[in-house]
Ligand binder design. Structure first.
Ligand SMILES: Nc1ncnc2c1ncn2[C@@H]1O[C@H](COP(=O)(O)OP(=O)(O)OP(=O)(O)O)[C@@H](O)[C@H]1O
Ligand SMILES: [Mg+2]
Length: 243
């Protein structure tokens, strides 16, 4: 479904991504694990069209994404939950969700309401806070809102950049559980960039370990699970890996 080849992202003289290949098959949950600065955000931002790579091919659902801007990629069925969530704090939960449907301008209010109902069915606590300003939500609730907002465009591929960042383990587990359901019950394909290897490997089918902008290791989740020492090494000992 998603095929990335030879991706290179450069910031002036800094190489953020240095010739990366990865693919995600229809229906899979795939995790891209890496330490701070490994190039996770650069990779997913390039996939979503937020940064322009200097080289490489990004193919999604049989189409070349190279010339498409971020909005066109959303229309094509890709949605990114950016690192740090990016919810609009002054706007209510409802307004944030409505913004997520911007790629579907013809959507009528009843359909919009249905889409919002569907998105919050995943995260019921958002329903209780529908008319509350997003900035007053807890960090975990804001992450849930960011995911729910991405779902408003009915993506075929959901890409998440560090969904566990700054959240308590219980909330991370809740989000992981919802993402698993999204995949198994609704067939949404998921790519997660994470520093938290345990979150990724608990729910993913396959994973890639990223180091200095390159894939250092790849394998099925059980294969990577059995290599926790190696993962710890690539993560510079900074991440806890559940064994
Ligand atoms: N806007 C930018 N300008 C210059 N350098 C950048 C920029 N964004 C990223 N970089 C550099 O590119 C490299 C990869 O950064 P990136 O943000 O992709 O890593 P990351 O894996 O997402 O890290 P983190 O876990 O801290 O979010 C780093 O060396 C970083 O300093
Ligand atoms: Mg990042």
């Amino acid at each position: 479904m998603l095929d990335v080849k030879g991706l290179q992202v450069r910031y002036g003289t800094v190489l953020g991504v240095d010739g990366l290949d990865l693919h995600v098959n229809q229906g899979e949950i795939v995790v891209l694990i890496g330490a701070n600065g490994a190039g996770k955000s650069s990779t997913v931002n390039a996939i979503a069209g937020l940064v322009r790579p200097v080289a490489g091919l990004i193919k999604f659902r049989d189409a070349d994404m190279g010339k498409l801007d971020a909005a066109a990629r959303v229309e094509h069925g890709m949605a990114l939950v950016i690192e740090g969530r990016g919810v609009f704090s002054e706007m209510t939960v409802r307004e944030n969700l409505e913004l997520g449907a911007y790629s579907r301008p013809a959507i009528r209010s009843a359909a919009l309401r249905r889409a919002a109902d569907h998105a919050i069915a995943m995260f019921p606590r958002l329903g209780d806070r529908f008319d509350q300003a997003a900035g007053t939500l807890s960090g975990g609730e804001q992450q849930m809102l960011a995911i729910a907002r991405a779902l408003m465009s009915s993506p075929k591929l959901l890409v998440l950049d560090e969904p566990s960042l700054g959240l308590a383990p219980r909330i991370v587990d809740e989000i992981a559980e919802r993402l698993t359901l999204l995949s198994s019950e609704e067939g949404v394909t998921i790519l997660i960039a994470e520093q938290n290897a345990s979150l990724g490997l608990d729910i993913a089918k396959r994973g890639y370990i990223l180091q200095n902008g390159r894939i250092a290791l790849e394998g099925t989740a059980p294969e990577l699970h059995s290599n926790t020492d190696l993962i710890r090494f690539y993560l510079g000992g900074q991440s806890y890996v559940r064994t």
